[in-house]
Design a binder for this molecule. Sequence first.
Ligand code: NCD
Length: 486
Amino acid sequence: MKGCMLRNVVSIDDLTNEEIESLFRLADEFLEKMSVPGHPHRLTGRNDLAQGRILATIFAEPSTRTRLSFESAMLRLGGQVISSADANTSSAAKGESIADAVRVVENYADLIVIRHSFEGAARAAADYTSIPVINAGDGSHEHPTQTLCDLYTLRIARKTKSGEIQTDALRDLNVVLRGDLHDGRTAHSLAFALARFGSQILPDPAPGCDFPEHVRRRLARDYGCFPLISSDVDNLPQGAFPADVVYVTPEEPHQLALLPDVDNVWVRLSKRQQKSIRGMKHVDAFYATRLQLERIPPEHRDQMRKQYGSIDAKFLNEKKYRHSRVLHPLPRTDELSYELDRDERGVYFQQAAYGVPVRMALIAALLELQPGLLSPVEAPGKYAEYQHPQGIHCGNKRCVTRQKTEMHYLVPKFWIVDNQPLTTRCIYCDFEIEPKIVAQASTRRFTDATSTWREIDLNDMVIFDDETSAVSAGYQRNQVMLSQKP
Ligand code: NCD
């Protein structure tokens, strides 16, 4: 059970758009009061907002920017930092679980920032500690605080000539996401946030690096982005974008996204939507990412590296990029030419600098150093939650619930995101599966997931992948309708 602030930031969806905007206003204040003369992005000195508070950083994967900017942010708030930054010398190397690690560290600090290679690791950490947890990257899954820095950079780029920031600065932007969209966790959190704010995503993945299925499903299911095949749409501009599929929301703000690899769901564009697509003649921001080599099997690395491509000033000569900002979460490898450092469109070092004021605002909010920035409790999930020690497991091998050190204590948890077909989403890593069998624990009977399983009380329900697993768990098929538990 948490203390008074019951909040963690494990996914970008743990913050509402309004909360993100209030964090940004506080980050603006830090920049106004503490920036280095002549270097408006950089802070100096410190205040005493977090005096007496301690931040613990637990980094089980390499990091420069994220860890140091969190630590700098805490020091500039007048707080102190303790750090476990080398996975080889920390107790993880001795096989300690995430749950045990955070239950120890909570005695030493007021807030935990964790980076880990297991997908869903930060959610697992948050489940086992009573202090707030921030996800600094969990495998290929999400990196919400990088997204805060990305959005903050996009918002500042939209300043008017008089220096004002419009209230809807993050709406209706055309943003190309380029590179490794499969394993690039920053691209995932950013795509969700752009969709939520009503901006357009133009995915431009390197060969073999498309968004993974769970991201595409979440874009469609949670943000109402429906894919359209361009050949089905009259008047869609030919060759205007690097992909031939459009995702369109059915309602305002008509979030549009061009994605390859469609499923067969599609809707026809209204005249108004066609107009807004035709209007997408310019790109506001170009978000480059590096190939996540460490997550790719060694035998594929050379080939993928060869095909990856690189952006230089010539690439950005096209008219639609004339006023584009170039962002990159960094570190870069070969995908972004150094010549762009001299181009005023390249804002990636400013983006890295904003990591400090933005993370200061987040720390201040989670430690309640400035009241009213976040609602004290998380908004309830929008899907029903399912958990049972028997039955389905997450289908993602990289999920925290499937790891040797964690599987003894973590009971897989799922959202039931659809009834027809029954679809569950892992609460830790977002991976979706479509199990075939639903059973009733009290009667030890099961039925097909296509039948009347909705009658079963959620607390009495056990979901199985298939009939064989239900039978081997001691359940029997029931031909008649399963009744609700009294
Ligand atoms: C990113 C990360 O760790 O996901 N880096 C960062 O935090 N700024 C991007 C990357 O490593 O490619």
